[in-house]
Write a protein that binds this ligand. Structure first.
Ligand code: NOJ
Length: 572
């Protein structure tokens, strides 16, 4: 992560800028032993699949020992592998299999909180010597939390511990107590475990909820009118840059690794702060501004106004991060992950235009400036599923929020929020990977831990790989294009037609070459006319429609047609 003398962040070439990342949610990827739960050998069995898709990096969601209240984001032992997922030897085998194919491995670093079953919490709640201050403990009557902060998963951010007879803070579930980063011993523990994994030869970390580590002095009450009460006191808290700088300087800086920090509730300027000043603290940030365009006025779980978004607003938000983050520093490009609905259901049309819209979205993700992050199954165009009752939902965030809405009488029954849950739940991304048309989509020989999406006979890897026109083949072609065309990695981004409600079009220019991306992001045909843009002699590089003419560019585009051209005068 150190910079060559005389280069700036925007100019510096690095492997992680040139990489395409593929995210794996192990529980739902592939079950090798028939217990219904995806596992590490199940991933190793599929490294050739990843290799043929062409990805360069795997980001592995947590595989550490955990009671799984939040599917591994509640860690009990940072240095052990969850039994259900396999052994450390299995993990080592996966690492070698990936490295043998030049695919790097990035692990998930979850250090804002631990599981309440972690040894540190167990010692802390018993006031064992040295561990008293590992978490945020506060006095108070058992019916009166120390402040008004709300948990991101619904309810208060405080729970009362009967053993220690004090309250503890948890920004997420009550079984995920927040670590007290003010305590230097906590910071040392984290540095040690980071070094432990780096020494094993991994290639970086995705850092969970990393902008929440530092809490305001005195943990004051939050503004009760805020969407998430209290968040102003820990989103980019007073010492956050100091903590991350220390972590970087004492561990990460010694290795050739990449880091990407997950940052909810972050403006583009705030995200940029972590990349500025020599880019020391982090390499990339997952910020979510572009993923709020379809929320209602009360945020992600607004009962009204959700699900509607317009392309011009979306273009404006993406263009800001292209200019101010990717343009100045670098950006993490993503629309989906394990916490989000399926991208084709959210930003495309998962009915009549599923193939077209899924491939359009792929074209978008793989032609912007930044490092693209693909989520498992999106390369197949996997879609959202449907939930008939709260019992079918697994995600603690969805259940917590729905229970809160029921408790507050905001709704009378699950039926009133079914549509919202069917749109927004994190579970949509967690249905098992659809490998084939065999029973359980070929994910497991046993009973899957979570129901397989019913559309697997049509949407699955085996079928997609056999069909040259499939979403899968399009991803593969675009990944190859990104590897071949330096302009797609390092080129400048310039938005065209900002007010057009159907086309998202932009150029990427680098040295003497200009590429043009035209996306008809709509269910209607439309004519692409771009005054001032010289498209004479344009060469078609990739399209999601077999009938796209090599030229001209200025013509009628079909619904969700997406094409990438090299404009005349360019040099390859
Ligand atoms: C963000 C993770 O992506 C999510 O899955 C998890 O529930 C929370 N952080 C808490 O770790």
């Amino acid at each position: 992560m150190s910079r060559a003398l005389g280069t700036t962040a925007r100019e510096e070439r690095t492997w992680w800028k040139e990489a395409v990342v593929y995210q794996i949610y192990p529980r739902s990827f592939n079950d090798s032993n028939g217990d219904g739960v995806g596992d590490i050998p199940g991933i190793t069995e599929n490294v050739d699949y990843l290799d043929s898709l062409g990805v360069d990096v795997v980001w592995l969601c947590p595989v550490y020992d955990s009671p799984n209240v939040d599917n591994g984001y509640d860690i009990r032992d940072y240095r052990a592998i969850l039994d259900e997922f396999g052994t450390m030897a299995d993990w080592e085998e996966l690492l070698s299999a990936l490295h043998a194919r030049d695919i790097r491995l990035v692990m998930d670093l979850v250090v804002n909180h631990t599981s309440d079953e972690h040894e540190w919490f167990q010692k802390s709640r018993r006031r064992k010597d040295g561990y008293e201050e590992y978490y945020y403990w506060r006095d108070g009557a058992p019916d009166e939390p120390p402040n008004n902060w709300e948990s991101i998963f619904g309810g208060s951010a405080w729970s009362y511990d009967e053993v220690r007879e004090q309250w503890y803070l948890h920004l997420f579930d009550e079984h995920q107590p927040d670590l007290n980063w003010r305590n230097p011993d906590v910071r040392d523990e984290v540095k040690e475990l980071v070094m432990w994994w780096l020494e094993k030869g991994i290639d970086g970390f995705r850092m969970d909820a990393i902008n929440f580590l530092s809490k305001a002095d005195g943990l004051p009450d939050g503004d009760p009118e805020r969407q998430l009460v209290g968040s102003e006191h820990y989103h980019h808290g007073p010492h956050i840059h100091e903590y991350l700088q220390e972590l970087h300087d004492e561990t990460l800086a010694r290795y050739d690794v990449m880091t990407v920090g997950e940052m909810g509730g972050t403006s583009i300027e705030e995200a940029a702060d972590y990349l500025a000043d020599g880019g020391g603290r982090l390499d990339m940030v997952f910020q979510f501004n572009h993923l709020t365009v379809d929320w209602g006025a009360d945020g992600q779980w607004s009962l009204d106004g959700w699900g509607e978004w317009d392309l011009t607003t979306f273009k404006k938000v993406v263009t800001r991060s292209q200019n101010d983050l990717a343009g100045e520093f670098w950006d993490a490009l993503f629309l989906g992950n394990h916490d989000l609905p399926r991208i084709v259901s959210r930003f495309g049309d998962d009915g009549a235009f599923r193939r077209e819209s899924a491939t359009l979205i792929a074209t978008f993700l793989l032609t912007l400036r930044g490092t693209p992050y693909l989520y498992q199954g999106d390369e197949l165009g996997m879609t959202n599923t449907a939930f008939d009752s709260l019992d079918e939902v697994d995600d603690p965030m969805t259940t917590g929020i729905v229970e809160e809405l029921l408790a507050e009488d905001a709704v009378d029954s699950f039926d009133e929020v079914t549509d919202l849950v069917d749109y927004m739940s994190r579970d949509h991304a967690r249905t098992p990977m659809q490998w084939s048309g065999d029973e359980n989509a070929g994910f497991t020989d046993g009973e899957p831990w979570f129901a397989v999406n019913e559309n697997y006979p049509d949407i699955n890897a085996e079928t997609a790989m056999a069909d040259e026109e499939s979403v899968w083949h399009h991803y593969r072609e675009l990944i190859q294009l990104r590897h071949d065309e330096e302009t797609l990695v390092y080129g400048e981004y310039d938005l065209l037609l900002p007010d057009d409600e159907q086309f998202y079009a932009y150029t990427r220019s680098h040295v003497r070459e200009t590429l043009l991306v035209v996306l008809n992001w709509s269910t209607e045909s439309a004519r692409f006319d771009c005054p001032g843009l010289d498209t004479d002699g344009a060469e078609l590089l990739v399209s999601n429609d077999p009938d796209t003419p090599a030229n001209p560019v200025e013509r009628e585009f079909r619904p969700y047609e997406a094409a990438v051209y090299r404009l005349d005068g360019g040099e390859s």
